[in-house]
Write a protein that binds this ligand. Structure first.
Ligand code: NAD
Length: 454
């Protein structure tokens, strides 16, 4: 398999893909190693995971360089991701004892009733490339803490990062056979679906997630899906600092070249503040440096996969054909690399793909609305349900809207953020199940109830 640098189109390296026999071999090792790993004291497993976080931080420069080389993320954003992932690992490790230890729920003179959180066994984690550290640690860290063995399939677009993760987990003290990397494309993922894992944890697109859910269903094992989004933001007319709201929301839309599951994908603005907001938003976008992801200060670089450039261009053309206006950007970048200009569209509506289908790139549609009722109706007009945000002076106004939106996360005066203490979960086409928080620690366990009569 060729690993290609999306910014230069150079082949970084060639790498051997896994196949059925090599995956069977890895599976056998995982199966043998898992009970031994579970027998390691939880406090020891926590120490190992903490060491992993330290190693990520210690090696941040080479790891960031590798990440940027294979996904095209601006170097500073690669550093930010690794730092952020290390922080999540620390949170999960710090709370593992509290949420994974057995719990006595009822005790009398004659009866003890308790829950033991047993590991699922050997789990399969099929992952995405856009934040490979973040979405990876959300799954394999709590899985390992809970005593599972993990077959980790990084995306084919972030394979080198997946192999670095394996190296540092092992250096931290995870037993050699307990964590295995399945190298390859979706085909290798397909082989994993034919095997007998004790749980499947997937991060990726709705289309693949739906396919995986159907394949896993007959196995009668847990299947958790973290999928895409078309996340809306509403700017109410009582926001106080329009410039800082425009800066925050444009960052939410364009960070990582717009390739975040919870990126701002559509913006609705109250008509009273619309003109000022759009002006400030476009000024912000035009102030960003665009170029190679390795150049200092670059904010807009390239998207990670070549076909996405045509998809984004298709959305822009579709919108313009239906009456949208381009305020900035609107074209593929010339020269090497999968570049697309940071693009702002107005006069958009829900007949246009840009307001309905996940863009996953550096483009955004901004739409004027008359009031909160119209904003809510448009925000609800989606099959996805990952996040939604409202910018307003009071929480009461935002809560009225957010409580009626079927999404896993609601943001007030912020957007495009993930935080370890609270669950990360989608609804509808954005998937189901939770990672992070106490729910994300327990997602990798089977609770066993013990009823003990003296
Ligand atoms: P993708 O669905 O194309 O691929 C994801 C993974 O599935 C890859 O490892 C791929 O090799 C594998 N795969 C592909 N076809 C398969 C098959 N038939 N059987 C088994 N495995 C298969 O998604 P992607 O392009 O890697 O990621 C982008 C998507 O992920 C976006 O929609 C984004 O919103 C979503 N995402 C969601 C979250 C979240 O937390 N909700 C986080 C990151 C990304």
């Amino acid at each position: 398999m060729e690993i290609i640098n999306p910014a230069t189109e150079e082949i970084i390296t060639n790498i051997q893909e896994d196949n059925k026999p090599s995956l069977d071999n890895k599976y056998t090792l995982l199966k043998k190693a898992q009970p031994i790993w579970y027998s390691v004291d939880l406090k020891e497993r926590i120490k190992i995971v903490q060491k992993f976080a330290e190693l990520l931080k210690k090696n941040i420069e080479p790891l960031a360089a590798i990440l940027t080389s294979e996904v095209g993320k601006p170097l500073q954003q690669s550093r930010n991701e690794i730092n952020g992932a290390a922080g999540r690992v620390v949170w999960l490790a710090d709370h593992a004892l509290q949420y994974l230890s057995e719990e006595v729920m009822n005790q009398t003179d004659v009866l003890t009733e308790k829950i033991v959180y047993e590991p699922l066994g050997v789990i399969c984690n099929i992952s995405a490339w856009n934040f490979p550290y973040n979405v990876g640690v959300n799954v394999f860290v709590p899985a390992l803490l809970a005593g599972n063995a993990v077959m980790y399939k990084p995306s084919e677009y972030s394979t080198l990062t997946g192999l670095e993760i394996e190296k540092y987990l092992k250096e931290a003290g995870v037993s050699p056979d307990v964590f295995q990397v399945a190298v390859g494309t979706g085909e290798v993922g397909g082989v994993l679906l034919e095997m007998d894992f004790d749980g499947y944890f997937f991060t990726g697109s709705y289309k693949t997630g739906q396919y995986i859910y159907e394949k896993v269903a007959p196995k009668m094992v847990p299947c958790q899906l973290e999928l895409g989004g078309k996340d809306p933001v509403y700017i109410a007319d009582d926001v106080e600092n329009i410039k800082s709201v425009a800066a925050g929301t444009s960052d939410g839309a364009f960070y990582n070249n717009g390739q975040s599951c919870c990126a701002v994908e559509r913006i609705y603005v109250h008509e009273k503040v619309y003109d000022n907001y759009v002006k400030a938003f476009v000024e912000e976008v035009n102030s960003w440096k665009s170029g190679l992801p390795t150049e200092e200060g670059v904010y807009i670089s390239v998207v990670s996969r070549r076909p996405q450039v045509d998809f984004i261009d298709g959305q822009v053309k579709d919108a313009v054909n239906k009456g949208a206006k381009i305020l900035t950007g609107g074209k593929k970048k010339t020269g090497k690399g999968y570049g697309y200009e940071a693009t702002v569209l107005v006069d958009v509506d829900h007949e246009m793909s840009v307001m309905k289908d996940e863009s996953f790139g550096p483009i955004i549609g901004i739409m004027k609305v008359k009031n909160d009722v119209e904003a809510l109706k448009l925000m609800q007009d989606t099959e996805y349900g990952l996040t939604a945000a409202v910018y307003s002076k009071t929480w009461e106004r935002a809560e009225k809207i957010l409580s009626q939106i079927d999404s896993g996360t609601g943001y007030w005066n912020c957007c495009d953020r993930v935080s370890a203490p609270v669950p990360w979960s989608g609804r509808n086409h954005s998937g189901f199940g939770s990672t992070l928080s106490h729910l994300g620690l327990r997602a990798f366990t089977k609770p066993k109830a013990y009823q003990l009569r003296n």
